[in-house]
Write a protein that binds this ligand. Structure first.
Ligand SMILES: *Cc1c(COP(=O)(O)O)cnc(C)c1O
Length: 496
């Protein structure tokens, strides 16, 4: 039976998975959501015996029902291969009695690889299935990690082009260098003078531009998105929560009938939403702990039921979480509002016009799966230092935000149940802040020298992704104002 997708803002929308992936965003601006969340049809015992790829198939077949078994297996095998530096794909490490699910073993050493290594394959399979002949133009706003992972995934993929907008002064030096050295004639990387929210809003505006859409169509192009608003990003992210439960069950950490709390360092709310979907599918997850950095708009939301982006945007040491408009929260709002698209559309209108909205007490009650907290910059640095001193394990700043928020959760609730902290990036991607947290003087060292020193301290090799950057040539130098984003897109596509 086919699972259909509707829009959070228009209940009359009904498309198949492949069409939702191709479109990215529903035409009226809503996000695609499955008409129902399917239940896992494998037991924990069965899943415990499966590899990452096998688990991926078991989860994805339930959501992407208009893909054939062969198509899905081909996508999965093309994505989760030796691009990852470990056959486990998502290994689990233990430190201080807590499990860390390491999602940074892919080509760009951050968790975005988990979904973006498969999205291009899903997208091209979807295009074929729907007989799309237009060239697909992937338009992406990035807070640092999505950009490179999407570029790496789509570079040289026939029938696609990819345009990435990143905040010129809002990403780490390694993140920037990863993007501006991207090869591939179909890639275009643009810095903007603005922050991530500006980039994301700019991209959404371009998506919604009907005149541009027509011009594009006339020239043989159509847009899609590699941001986590695309369900082709979200579905592959559900996999590792199921995998983590199964692996920890196999290891005896998670007991039969027990549940696993998951702590997720959160920005756009995509990763933690995937955890929520996994739980709804029947994965034995307990509390979903949403960890924010100083841009604590989600923490405030969970405390008060009021979402308010009217505040200062703070640049932190965890730049991939420097976000005030968490796009995927819309999908949760839709669920807790009783899957009511009119209600969701009204709240999102309020967010667009006033920068805020408030949910009803009824909706708040349905948030009991979640707990929100945050960690300041000092707390984050302190967490990196403390865990290193106690265990020798070095966390990146995003993961450290999660570990810090988890500490507060434990202190506040006394809940000591089994917990997994989702580790979203390698510390080598944020060498400067990590070394500073460890009390190491930077001196004259550039990020590459610093990486060598971090390698010594953490007793782990410098990842290939960082080593190969050192002598890579800079190929992208375009920087534009926010209002010039559309012109930049047209310029790259040659449709002026
Ligand atoms: C993107 C990212 C996050 C935030 O994930 P969301 O799905 O946007 O909530 C956290 N950590 C790192 C390293 C990231 O790249």
């Amino acid at each position: 039976m086919d699972l259909f997708y509707t829009s959070t803002r228009d209940g009359s929308v009904r498309v198949k998975a492949s069409q939702a992936i191709l479109q990215g965003l529903s035409p009226e601006g809503g996000l695609f959501v499955p008409e129902e969340i399917p239940a896992l049809d494998r037991s924990l015992e069965e899943l415990a015996g499966m590899t990452y790829r096998e688990t991926a198939y078991e989860v994805m077949k339930l959501f992407l029902t208009d893909f054939t078994r062969e198509e899905l297996l081909h996508c999965i095998e093309s994505a989760y291969d030796s691009k990852f530096d470990t056959p486990e794909i998502a290994p689990i490490r233990e430190a201080e009695g807590v499990s860390y699910l390491e999602l940074f073993h892919g080509p760009t050493i951050a968790f975005k690889d988990m979904a973006l290594s498969i999205l291009p394959h899903l997208m091209t399979a979807a295009a074929k299935k729907n007989r799309v002949e237009d060239e697909i133009v992937i338009l992406t706003a990035t807070s640092g990690d999505t950009g490179k992972a999407a570029l790496a995934g789509f570079s040289e993929v026939p029938g696609t082009r990819i345009i990435v907008f990143y905040p010129k002064d809002g990403v780490s030096p390694i993140q920037e260098k990863q993007m501006v050295t991207q090869k591939g004639d179909n890639t275009f990387v643009v810095g903007i003078r603005g922050n991530f929210d500006d980039a994301q809003s700019g991209v959404k505006e371009i998506f919604g531009d009907k005149a541009l859409k027509e011009e594009m169509a006339a020239a043989g192009f159509r847009f899609s998105s590699a941001n986590s608003i695309n369900i082709g990003r979200l579905v592959p992210q559900i996999v590792y929560y199921v995998y983590a439960c199964a692996q920890l069950y196999k290891k005896g950490v998670l007991k039969k009938g027990g549940t696993l709390n998951a702590v997720v360092p959160t920005g756009n709310f995509g990763n933690i939403l995937a955890a929520y979907y996994a739980k709804r599918m029947g994965a034995p997850l307990g509390r979903l702990i949403c960890a924010s950095n100083e841009n604590r708009v989600l923490y405030d939301f969970f405390c008060t039921g009021r979402y308010d982006r009217n505040r200062e945007f703070i640049l932190t040491s965890s730049p991939s979480m420097d976000i005030l408009i968490s796009s995927n929260l819309e999908r949760l709002i839709y669920e807790i509002g009783g899957r009511n698209s009119e209600k969701t559309a009204a709240l999102m209108k309020s967010l667009a016009e006033r920068g805020s909205y408030e949910i009803t007490p009824d909706m708040r009650e349905k948030l009991h799966d979640f707990y929100g907290n945050y960690a300041s910059q000092e707390e984050t640095a302190g967490t990196i230092r403390r865990i290193y001193q106690k265990t020798g394990y070095v966390l990146d700043p995003h993961t450290a935000v999660a570990a810090g928020a988890y500490e507060k959760y434990r202190a506040e609730t006394g809940d000591t149940k089994e917990t997994v902290i989702v580790s979203t990036a390698s510390p080598f991607k944020f060498t400067g802040s990590v070394m500073e947290a460890l009390g190491q003087e930077r001196g004259e060292a550039d990020d590459f020298r610093l990486a060598d020193r971090l390698s010594g301290i953490s007793k782990t090799e410098v990842p290939g992704a960082v080593r190969e950057l050192k002598d890579a040539k800079i190929l992208h130098t375009t920087v534009v104002e926010v209002k010039e984003m559309k012109a930049a897109v047209k310029g790259f596509l040659g449709i002026d």
